[in-house]
Each structure stands twice: as C-alpha cells, then as structure tokens.
Design a protein around this ligand. Structure first.
Ligand SMILES: *[C@@H]1O[C@H](CO)[C@@H](O)[C@H](O)[C@H]1NC(C)=O
Ligand SMILES: *[C@@H]1O[C@H](CO)[C@@H](O)[C@H](O)[C@H]1NC(C)=O
Length: 393
C-alpha cells in the first residue's frame, strides 16, 4: 500500500468552513487539556540515556520543544493521519521469510563487490540487493559478481548535497518496498564495508524495535543555522529541525512513510539547497532526520549504524587507506559502544550517549566507511578474521 499525499485540497464551502472552525476550536481545547495532563504526569520523572552513565554524558542545555500553538493545515492533518495509520501497523507479512534490503547508492562499480559477495554467501533468501548506479549511462557492464549483476534499478543523476540524493534514496526504497518480505532497509555507499558477519547483522536488525537514523539537535551554523525560518514554517518548526548522517537503516513502516511523504519532502526540495543564500543546507543531512523525528521520535535510535571518522575535522571524514587495514583498527571500530555528537557552535558541546539496543548496552556499528578502493585486497584478507571472532563471542 502506498499512499500519496499531495497538496490538492480545495477551499471548502462557507458552511463547511464554519463547522471546521468550530471543530478546530473544540479539538484545540481538548488538545491543550490533554497536553496539561501529560505535562502533569511526566514532568519530574523523565529518564534520559544520559542519566544512565553519569559523567560520561554532557547534556545539551537546550530546553524541550514547546507544543505547537497553532492549528494544522488540511495537508498537515492529512499527513499526520496517514503517518499515524502506517505507524500503528505492526503486522508481519505472511508468505515468506523476512529479508533485509541492502540498498547501494553508488556512482558506478562497487570496489568491494567481492567483500559483499562473501558477506552474502550462504544466506540466500534472507536478503535482497538493490543498486542505484547514478553514472550508469556512461558505463559498460560493471558487475563482476553475479550477486550484483541483475540487481540494478533504473537510476538518475545524483549531485552531492542536493535533493537528487533524496530522490535516489526514495527510488531505492520504493523498489525495495515492492517486495513484501523486505522488513529492514539499509542504505549503503560504494565506500561502505560490513563490520560483522551476515547472521549478526540479520538478528540485530530483525530484533530491533527502532529504526537507525542519526539525529541530533545542533544549535550551531551546520545545524539550526541551515534552517530558513520564513521558508520552512509553519510545517517545520525550528525545534523540529534535526541534523544527522545520511546512512540510515529503517524498518518497513518508516520506509513507507519516506516514500509517501510529499508535504515535507517538497519543503526540503524547495528550500534546503547548497549555496550561501540557502545557508548551505544539504537535504541528505536534514530531511529524513527531521521528518522521521517529527512523526515518530520514539521510533528512532538517534545514531547511525555506519561508522565514520570525523576526528580530523574539515568538510569530509577520514578516508581509510591500505595502511589502515589491520585487525586492530577494524576491531577498534567494532568495539565502539557510544555515539558522540558535537554541536557546530562556538561552545562545541559534546554529547556522548551509550548505544542501547532495546535497553542493552552494546557496540554501535554494523558497517563502516569511507574505505578507498585500494583497500579491497587487504580487506578481503583481514576482514574475515575480524568479523568471525566477534560473531562467535
Ligand atoms: C533475536 O535475539 C535473540 C537473542 O539475542 C536471538 O536468539 C534471536 O535469534 C534473534 N531473532 C532474530 C529474528 O534473529
Ligand atoms: C531518540 O530521541 C528521541 C527524542 O528525540 C527519543 O524519544 C528516543 O527515545 C531516542 N531513542 C533512543 C533509542 O533512546
């Protein structure tokens, strides 16, 4: 089932309007009463992950967002209604073993084709592969491994930091959703590698009660600074704005939400763009994060499953080269069990939160990037030693 929400509501007749208005006032009153009782019930007892680790964790000084003090538009109400319905569906699809959809977003060939082939080997029926090769038109046959050969989907050009990146993600999600047995949807790039064996990743995702979407409230120039108030309001409020890494792994109902949303998607398409006049907004760092946070904050992990090293600073993360491929380095990446966010303002507030899988403190990452193509040979040798040991703990 795919529900498409478009901006196509025509103004109602006078009579209907008055009725709607009355209904609106009534529901506002009801809502504020509900709000008051919820505030009363929950204020003093909120437990945050920070509370569990004491001084490991510097709490963000940001106050919690105020409830929206406005009436939603018809489009917003319709969008919320569809979201609520999709989120309430907990059913498993009958007639097949649940699978994970591995969705590769790549310009062309995958340098780690054989690493992935080895990763999938012996697990047929438990995974599906989808490849969006955006430079496809300029390439001849690019697949050497049979696992990938017939898994390409019709693709289009992708430009770094622009809405076409989100379009490609939605294209991948739509194709993958057509297979009802796909339960989890993992977005990967050509520079990604698996950090664990297939069975470990399969049970980790299938057991998960939330989607893995990186997501934090950055008050600095690379977070809230990219939000353009007069363009994004009223649908996206400043306290809704989130920032996070692009590489997500979402459960089916979140995947359906992402392909069925047009209301918020169009806001980001029109007003979140690179360029100084647009506050250098990059949709891939904000759209999925902000939208899913708005409709289902409790359904998200708030960290990404794909490790990347930002410790060197600058615009791009560290790229791992041949000399980095050792058992020790890869074991270290596997063992990281806290996720860190640093605000981009002058205060550079660091928040460290343990990775809790359904309440259990465990290593955060199942994948890692960015690995240069030159590491393929070394990885083929070293990676199996690392993933094997870790899985048989
Ligand atoms: C979920 O986790 C349990 C225990 O950790 C494991 O035995 C089980 O196989 C997992 N479920 C799936 C679907 O992998
Ligand atoms: C992620 O953050 C939201 C609030 O933004 C919270 O409701 C949710 O519980 C968090 N997820 C986890 C796994 O802690």
């Amino acid at each position: 089932m795919v529900v498409i929400i478009r901006k196509k509501f025509k103004p109602a007749q006078h009579q209907q309007r008055r009725l709607l208005l009355a209904g609106g006032v009534l529901s506002l009153v009801a809502l504020s009463m509900l709000g008051i009782s919820i505030a009363y019930l929950y204020t003093p007892h909120r437990i945050t992950p920070c509370g569990l680790v004491g001084d490991l964790c510097v709490k963000s000084s940001y106050p919690p967002p105020p409830p929206p003090l406005r009436t939603f538009s018809d489009e917003e109400v319709a969008s919320r209604a569809v979201a609520k319905d999709i989120l309430s569906q907990r059913r498993m699809y009958q007639g097949g073993t649940p699978k994970i959809a591995f969705m590769f977003l790549t310009p062309g060939p995958l340098p780690f084709e054989f690493i992935w082939e080895a990763f999938f080997k012996g697990h047929e029926g438990l995974y599906s592969i989808y490849v969006h090769a955006s430079e496809r038109n300029t390439l001849k046959s690019i697949w050497r491994s049979r696992v990938f050969a017939d898994r390409e989907i019709p693709s289009d050009k992708v430009y770094w930091g622009r809405i076409e990146m989100i379009d490609a993600e939605r294209r991948l999600l739509s194709r993958a959703l057509l297979d009802l047995n796909n339960h989890f949807f993992v977005l990967l790039s050509e520079s990604c590698i698996p950090l664990r064996e297939f069975t470990y990743i399969y049970s980790a995702l299938m057991n998960s009660t939330f989607s893995f979407v990186d997501n934090f409230d950055d008050p600095g120039p690379h977070g809230l600074g990219r939000y353009i108030e007069d363009k994004m309001t009223p649908e996206v409020q400043p306290y809704d704005w989130r920032k996070g890494a692009q590489w997500f792994a979402v459960m089916r109902r979140h995947a359906v939400l992402l392909v069925s949303d047009y209301l918020y998607y169009m806001k980001f398409r029109d007003f979140c763009k690179p360029g100084e006049e647009n506050h250098n907004c990059y949709p891939d760092e904000h759209y999925v994060q902000t939208y899913l946070h708005m409709v289902d904050p409790g359904g998200l992990s708030n960290w990404t499953l794909t490790h990347v090293d930002w410790s060197e600073g600058g615009w791009h993360p560290k790229s791992y080269g041949k000399e980095d491929i050792t058992v020790e380095t890869l074991r270290h990446l596997q063992s990281i069990d806290e996720h860190v966010h640093v605000t981009s303002d002058a205060a550079a507030t660091m928040t460290t939160v343990p990775c809790l899988w359904d309440g259990e403190h465990k290593p955060c990452f199942l994948f890692a990037r960015k690995f240069l193509a030159e590491t393929a040979e070394a990885l083929a040798d070293v990676l199996p030693q690392v993933t094997k040991t870790a899985s048989s703990e």
